[in-house]
Design a protein around this ligand. Structure first.
Ligand SMILES: [Fe+2]
Length: 291
């Protein structure tokens, strides 16, 4: 890989059906998605692809996926969007609405694609009726076969539930199961996996998991109050998405907080940077001289 590849990581979109009152939808997720997509269209350089790591909808019903599809169509994006499924999704809602598929609608949605020299592997970690993640029989075998394809390409894994960082059975609801995590660890070992992109817990978090960066985003619904986790789950307003850059030196992730309309404190163009630095140095010298 000789050039820098830019992409976007969305997660936990939690899109609802506008025709239905949903007491478990705490913010206007349709408006947030529209705002984020229009912001993505202003990014320079443009991302080569977007991944959305699950909880695409809040209820998993077809009407919510239809709404998601309409918002995406309205945005007229020039890049592909790869979808993963989360615990709020329903495979039998997703497949017909998003892919027009009506057979085998309870099978996990595992898929892969090579875009701009990146081998993107999307794993379905959702388990019907469960909050935490797991793999069904056959999924790890599929992953192992997939990881042996395109051996020379960097591999990016997208899955709703991040690997379990602590082997604590009481906390399995917030991640991939402990057994699934161990199976994943064995499968990815030595396979040039450059990162795992996830969601589910609704706060920005970067972990080093056996040498692989695991990136979790707040997502677009509600932000977990990380100062209150010892008491319980308190949801705050706020959202984020992430801009990924894959350089020959490795992966970097930049979180873009939402809402984006914040008060400007200062700004200067790159063309004006030399002038700004000159003024800063002169002002610093003046402060020192006044002492
Ligand atoms: Fe979520």
């Amino acid at each position: 890989m000789s050039e820098t590849i830019t992409f976007v990581h969305l997660t936990d979109l939690h899109i609802g059906n506008p025709a239905v009152q949903d007491d478990h939808l705490y913010s206007d997720t349709s408006a947030t998605l529209r705002a984020i997509l229009s912001e993505i269209k202003t990014l320079v350089p443009q991302p080569k692809f977007i991944v959305a790591s699950g909880d695409l909808t809040n209820r998993g019903d077809q009407a919510s996926y239809d709404n998601l599809k309409a918002i995406l169509a309205e945005a007229e994006l020039d890049m592909p969007v790869l979808f993963a499924l989360g615990n709020h999704d329903r495979r039998d809602g997703f497949y017909p609405a998003m892919l027009g598929r009506t057979d085998n609608v309870r099978a996990p949605y595992d898929h892969s694609q090579v875009i701009a020299g990146v081998h993107i592997i999307v794993l379905d970690s959702s388990v019907p009726e469960k909050v935490g993640g797991d793999f069904e029989p056959g999924q790890i075998e599929w992953l192992k076969a997939e990881l042996s394809n395109h051996a020379d390409l960097p591999k990016l894994i997208v899955m709703h539930h991040a690997p379990s960082l602590d082997a604590d059975p009481a906390m399995e609801w917030e991640s991939m199961s402990i057994a699934g995590t161990e199976a994943l660890r064995q499968a990815v070992e030595g396979k040039h996996v450059i990162g795992i992109l996830s969601g589910h817990i609704h706060f920005d978090r970067v972990s080093n998991w056996y040498g692989i960066p695991v990136v979790v985003g707040i997502g677009q619904h509600a932000a977990t109050d990380v100062t209150w986790l010892h008491e319980g789950l308190r949801m705050l307003s706020g959202a984020s998405y992430a801009i990924g850059m894959l350089r020959p030196s490795g992966l970097s992730i930049t979180f873009a907080p939402q809402p984006a309309e914040r008060r400007e404190l200062n700004s200067f163009t790159w063309a004006g940077m030399a002038e700004m630095l000159k003024k800063y140095q002169a002002d610093t010298a003046a402060v020192a001289a006044a002492e």
